[in-house]
Design a protein around this ligand. Structure first.
Ligand code: CIZ
Ligand code: SF4
Length: 320
């Protein structure tokens, strides 16, 4: 009897849940059409949010897409620095972040006063920030990078000394790739990627011996050292798609699974450890719907925007 009741309960919840999602998605698509909006979603967003988006991608691709699009209303399902990057590049467009407090703890690890001191100390250094930085920090830097274009951009920088922030792991990876450079690293990290344990990867490798290990550079060196391939979200998806291998251990945020499965329905993807970014998962379909109704847009002080624009424009030029 108990089993029966529990079964009923699960069935009812599932049924109800399914109906709610359908109705909300339809409502969002209707509002999107009426407002001529463009919905962008990062690979780390909830699958149902990725499903209703016009475009799914990484921060670099999405900011480029928003800049080139003719749409004047952009709903960015991601975190604050991503939506702000779009607004910096396209100030005439209305850019909306559906959940206003969806931030990035790594971006918040930079203290602007300390950065100014560091710049004073290493006057000849190029100042490079990961796109996971606030607009105020971007305004203090020479150029931005993302995990998908960092190698290309660093290879074009002439200075030997490079102040790199906030991610010490991506910075450490770049130092390994460019031993002739001297990286001065900030002590920042991604809370989601930092907690990956080598033991968990080892156990998964023992269970699925032929699996290839695909790792994001935001992971620590000891984790990166276990990788068959190190790359950004987009690069991990491309690598798995073009590989002849069938089994993969994915060491980045779990949201990438939707795109990996969509492109590779016959391949198997395993996560040695649950990796879920709390901030990326804040955006629900309800928030997307409400943002299309309320249209509370992002605003940035014009003086800071222009300074941050220089670092972002340089990134787009150098990544070509
Ligand atoms: O640049 C991005 O979108 C981030 C944060 C991760 C990645 O590797 O794509
Ligand atoms: Fe920030 Fe990490 Fe979340 Fe990306 S996954 S938004 S770096 S906390």
């Amino acid at each position: 009897m108990l089993y029966y009741l529990r079964g009923m309960c699960i069935y009812t919840c599932k049924y109800k849940f399914g109906v709610d999602i359908m109705t909300l998605s339809e409502e969002i698509l209707e509002l999107k059409r009426k407002n001529n909006a463009l919905i962008l979603a990062h690979y780390y967003q909830r699958p149902e949010v990725q499903d209703i988006a016009d475009v799914v991608g990484d921060s670099y691709y999405l900011s480029k897409y928003a800049f080139e699009s003719t749409s004047q209303l952009i709903i960015f399902c991601g975190v604050k620095f991503m939506a702000e990057s779009v607004k910096i590049l396209s100030p005439q467009k209305k850019v909306i972040l559906p959940v206003y407090d969806a931030g990035c703890p790594m971006a918040d690890m930079v203290d602007e006063t300390k950065l100014i001191e560091l710049k004073e100390k290493y006057k000849d250094a190029a100042v490079v920030c990961y796109i996971n930085s606030s607009t105020e920090v971007k305004a203090l830097c020479d150029v931005c990078v993302t995990s998908s274009n960092a190698i290309k951009i660093i290879s074009k920088i002439k200075a030997k000394n490079i102040i790199f922030l906030p991610d010490k792991n991506l910075g450490g990876y770049l130092q390994e790739r460019f031993p002739e450079k001297n990286f001065i690293l900030w002590n920042g990290f991604c809370v989601t990627h930092q907690k990956v344990r080598v033991d968990n990867i080892k156990k998964s490798k023992e269970a699925i011996k032929d699996a290839q290990v695909l790792v994001h550079p935001e992971c620590e060196k000891k984790v990166r050292d276990m990788a068959d391939f190190i790359g950004s979200t987009g690069e991990i998806i491309d690598y798995a798609t073009s590989s002849k291998n069938k089994n993969f251990l994915i060491v980045t945020e779990e949201g990438v699974l939707r795109e990996l499965k969509r492109k590779n329905p016959n391949k198997n993807f395993y996560f040695p450890q649950v990796m879920s970014c709390v901030n990326m998962k804040k955006t629900r379909l309800e928030d997307v719907r409400n943002s299309l109704i309320n249209q509370e847009e992002i605003t940035i002080d014009e003086e800071i925007r222009l300074k941050a624009l220089s670092a972002l424009t340089k990134m787009h030029e150098m990544a070509r």
